[in-house]
Design a protein around this ligand. Structure first.
Ligand SMILES: Cc1cc2nc3c(=O)[nH]c(=O)nc-3n(C[C@H](O)[C@H](O)[C@H](O)COP(=O)(O)OP(=O)(O)OC[C@H]3O[C@@H](n4cnc5c(N)ncnc54)[C@H](O)[C@@H]3O)c2cc1C
Length: 484
């Protein structure tokens, strides 16, 4: 643990009162405060207390006191956010709901009743054990919670065909920032009674309420899968090809892309060639899911497409071989640190019609910034992880990275896309919010925040307050997922 500077505790009186009320559920040890001070972004800001609530009354007590003394409260799930949305930048209290992790599957209705701290991989496993499937699958699923996924509207590899977290949330329970208990929606497939504040909470990054429970919709578990690896001459050809596949009304369950720079990183790290004979070429991994008959119907069309567009293609012979292909995809993120000690990892979205234009734009950005920008992501929904790599201590590189990220965001918006598809704004994307949203839109968002959180206690300092992530040092620590 890095050495921590003692700072004055502006909320000491409130924290003392909280301790009297909740006793051991309030931790103030150096170790507990440090562990709650950062998320996956490794931006660290020390809180004054970490609260592990046991029951609903604890949460309303925390929020009541926080409002009385104006103490910032940051809700914490798995702490995997990549934007700093879970880092308590204004100090105060961290409300850790990660132990609220019950999961119950209603196998008849095809629904999962979960507490906010339920681990997402555990929800997947519980659903699959009953023949159901929960498709929203962030790559961090072994570590993150459903509450965090709801707060960030998390996506994943299955997004193109099935959708993202929002598409599966039927109902939410929890607390308004004022401490009042609320329920949005029911365990029903339809609900059209009143304003839809359930959807307002989804993606609100812990700024509009505390989620304690959710009801999730499940879909039947696809009985069969088929995986195809395709390599292309270059990125423009790959993007053109995938548009041609979608134009045939083929909807892969997964459609993951690695550009040639990401492939080279993965190959250098693993010492393996992603695609024998096609070293360093951009690849698309395609997975179809459905019944055996559905796959048998689709396969000939997909193989004919691959023959027409790809430089090479290879079917996975079995699940083990398919898993090998996915392993390469998972390794490429950590492999990028061979190219720089710092990464601006974006999760932009590009509309389908502009895929090729984006490939050309990105190549120009690489040339003008003279920085490595390996890119990979979810091609079925245009959500690409663009990684600007640089050395933070190298002033010239640092300035080029700062300029490049601004150009990237402006370029994406100009192409009709989004500055974030799944990670949210948090701290890291605050400089770009005004590129995406007009003053009227931002004013409306601020008005909602003011109406629900009049004292501004829930996750303050995020979304609307400028924070230049590249100016801030990150913790030099290894997190469990760093080398997976
Ligand atoms: C290796 C890695 C891979 C990743 N891959 C993906 C990916 O494929 N797709 C994707 O979408 N994201 C991905 N992420 C980002 C991250 O996992 C997601 O944003 C995830 O949703 C965060 O969940 P969490 O439980 O860790 O939340 P935290 O990091 O603890 O919190 C994130 C935000 O949610 C709020 N929050 C948490 N719980 C609650 C609650 N109960 N009520 C209200 N607000 C709450 C917090 O205040 C904070 O603002 C990845 C991260 C890592 C480290």
């Amino acid at each position: 643990m890095p050495s921590l500077k003692a700072k004055p505790a502006p909320f000491a009186k409130a924290t003392a009162q909280l301790r009297r009320q909740l006793g051991a559920r309030v931790a103030t040890s150096t170790d507990a405060l440090f562990r709650a001070s950062f998320d996956g972004s490794k931006l660290s800001f020390l809180p004054e207390a970490v609260i592990s609530p046991k029951k609903n009354a604890d949460i309303s007590a925390v929020l009541a006191l926080a409002n009385k003394y104006r103490v910032p409260v940051t809700v914490r799930g798995g702490g995997t956010s990549l934007t700093g949305s879970g880092s308590p930048i204004r100090g105060g209290w961290v409300l850790d709901v990660s132990k609220w992790n019950k999961i119950s599957i209603d196998a008849e209705a095809g629904m999962a009743h979960v507490q906010a701290g339920a681990n997402v991989a555990a929800i997947h496993a519980a659903a699959e054990a009953t023949g159901w499937f929960y498709p929203a699958d962030p790559a961090s699923k072994q570590y993150c919670t459903i509450g965090g996924n709801i707060a960030c509207n998390a996506g994943g590899m299955h997004g193109g065909k099935y959708g993202v977290t929002r598409d599966f949330v039927l109902a939410l329970k929890g607390f308004l920032p004022t401490g009042e208990y609320v329920e949005w929606g029911r365990a029903t497939k339809k609900f059209s009674a009143g304003f839809n504040l359930r959807d307002l909470w989804i993606g609100s990054e812990g700024m509009l309420g505390v989620v304690t429970e959710a009801v999730l919709k499940l879909v039947p578990l696809p009985p069969a899968r088929w995986t195809l690896l395709t390599a292309f001459a270059d990125e423009v050809t790959a993007f053109k090809a995938i548009r041609a596949l979608f134009a045939q009304r083929v909807q892969p369950a997964i459609c993951e892309f690695l550009d040639r720079h990401a492939v080279q990183c993965a190959e250098a790290k693993t010492g393996q060639t992603v695609f024998q004979g096609q070293a360093g070429r951009p690849v698309i991994l395609i997975e179809l899911a459905g019944t055996a008959n559905e796959l048998a119907d689709l396969k000939p069309a997909v193989l004919a497409w691959a023959t027409q567009y790809a430089a090479a293609h290879r079917e996975a012979a079995n699940r083990a071989e398919a898993e090998e292909l996915w392993t390469v995809r998972r390794k490429c993120s950590s492999a990028m640190f061979a190219l720089g000690d710092s990464k601006l990892n974006e999760d932009i979205v590009v509309p389908l019609k502009n895929y090729e234009k984006f490939a050309v734009f990105l190549d120009k950005l690489r040339k003008s910034s003279r920085l490595p920008i390996p890119t990979f992501g979810h091609l079925a929904d245009g959500n690409l992880h663009v990684n600007i790599m640089y050395h933070r201590e190298n002033r010239a590189e640092y300035l080029r990275a700062e300029k490049a990220v601004g150009q990237l965001m402006a370029g994406v918006v100009k192409l009709g896309g989004a500055i974030s598809g799944e990670h949210g704004i948090g701290l890291a994307k605050t400089p770009f919010l005004a590129l995406q949203h007009s003053p009227a839109q931002i004013k409306a968002m601020r008005a909602v925040k003011q109406a629900l959180d009049p004292n501004g206690i829930l996750n303050p300092g995020k979304m609307f307050t400028l924070f230049k992530v590249w100016e801030h040092p990150r913790l030099k620590i290894e997190l469990p997922w760093d080398h997976k």
